[in-house]
Design a protein around this ligand. Structure first.
Ligand code: GLA
Length: 379
């Protein structure tokens, strides 16, 4: 993003230069979908699209945050937070959770802006949360602990915003390293930075479809996974292997739909572990196959794709330069991700834009992504 322009906007709005600028990225999940809330494995990567806050301390306990993109502000007193039904929920939720964790917070005036499309499955809300946490850490002068801040941001989303999401998005926005994907064990929160295979581009394909009611469908999937875990008598589906399950016959007490949800999660965890191995060996071909299998499992067993996602994935796979493609994020619309021969990525983008538009009548937004750094201070 153009930080000078953001500083300039701050100056226009507040009549003084900002003292600090922080940023936090969105993410694309390479593989490991709907596994995080099953204590499983994920492999996201921070992208070069982010949320940015330019700000200066205030003498009182207020936060005044002006959204450049929405042209509205959110003003709140840190010590008397009330919930609202707007984007201000995210910064307020983070403030609330930081206070609960015992941090002493200071007020600030800020400008917030971003270039992560909303509702596309690229974690724009996690980026707002982590950018807010970063701003508080700078202005209130407390030490930045990336993992702790990811947890606090997730709690803000769960408890204040009321979305029951897992830990993947916040961890990706907080701890990713430029040039690497992040292998995360969502139970222990152990991480490993995994280098991307050489000569490969990660391409995000936004179907430009968005679906409402995502939260209720998401919570329903979570409940079904928990039901399956109870049936298997384990803490979470992470504790079951495909080998133990055998031939996936529907057993008494387990409905077919719950069995399918469990099969997705259990096999997806195994695909993530294999993906780590093949990435370490630079085997793009096999990684692409795992992407394809993941999509099939999300389509047929977890049932979180839509026609547009299935179509854009098919358009991507038609290209010889594509090793594999799958939906990414919660699903029901939003984005897919493809693994593409880097030398041919521009031709890939053009070809998929054309065929997708021809087949669906929709215009896709397709971009080659750079693996970026987690939340940081710019000024
Ligand atoms: C959303 C949630 C994540 C994760 C994904 C699906 O992005 O916020 O926690 O569950 O969906 O993998």
């Amino acid at each position: 993003m153009n930080y000078e322009l953001i500083a300039h906007s701050f100056e226009t709005y507040f009549n003084t230069k900002p003292k600090f600028i922080v940023r936090a990225p969105g993410r694309v999940n390479l593989i490991g979908e709907h596994t995080d809330y099953n204590d499983g494995f994920v492999l996201p990567m921070a992208i070069d699209r982010e949320v940015c806050i330019a700000f200066s301390p205030r003498a009182d306990d207020k936060v005044r945050l002006f959204s450049l993109d929405l042209q509205t502000d959110s003003v709140f007193n840190i010590h008397s937070l009330t919930s609202s039904h707007d984007w201000g929920q995210y910064p307020k939720g983070v403030a609330n959770q930081l206070l609960k964790a015992g941090y002493d917070l200071k007020g600030f005036n800020g400008i917030i802006t971003g270039n992560i499309p909303q509702g596309a499955g690229l974690s724009s809300s996690a980026a707002v949360e982590l950018a807010t946490a970063k701003a508080f850490s700078v202005v209130s002068n407390f030490e930045w602990n990336a993992v702790k801040m990811a947890k606090i941001s997730q709690q803000a989303e769960n408890e204040w915003v009321g979305v029951n999401s897992g830990i993947m998005d916040q961890m990706a926005s907080a701890v990713c390293k430029a040039g690497f994907a992040l292998f995360l064990d969502c139970r222990s929160l152990e991480i490993q930075h995994i280098p991307l295979p050489k000569d490969i581009s990660i391409v995000v394909l936004d179907t430009s479809t968005r679906r409402g009611l995502v939260d209720s469908a998401y919570n329903e999937r979570r409940n079904q996974c928990e039901e399956a875990a109870r049936w298997f008598e384990v803490k979470a589906l992470r504790d079951v292997s495909a080998k133990e399950v055998g031939d996936w016959k529907v057993e008494s007490g387990l409905s077919e739909v719950v069995m399918k949800r469990a099969r997705h999660v259990i096999t997806e965890n195994e695909r993530v572990l294999e993906a780590i191995d093949v990435m370490k060996n630079g085997n793009a071909k096999r990684l692409g196959e795992l992407f394809n299998q993941s999509h099939e499992s999300l389509r047929a067993d977890f049932e979180v794709t839509n026609d547009a996602l299935n179509m854009i994935v098919a358009c991507a796979r038609e290209q010889d330069s594509c090793y594999g493609a799958r939906m990414t994020g919660a699903g029901f619309g939003g984005c897919a991700v493809a693994l593409v021969d880097a030398e041919k990525s521009s031709a890939f983008v053009k070809a998929v834009e054309t065929t997708y538009q021809h087949k669906s009548g929709l215009e896709a937004n397709i971009y080659v992504c750079k693996a970026s750094e987690g939340a940081s201070q710019v000024l």
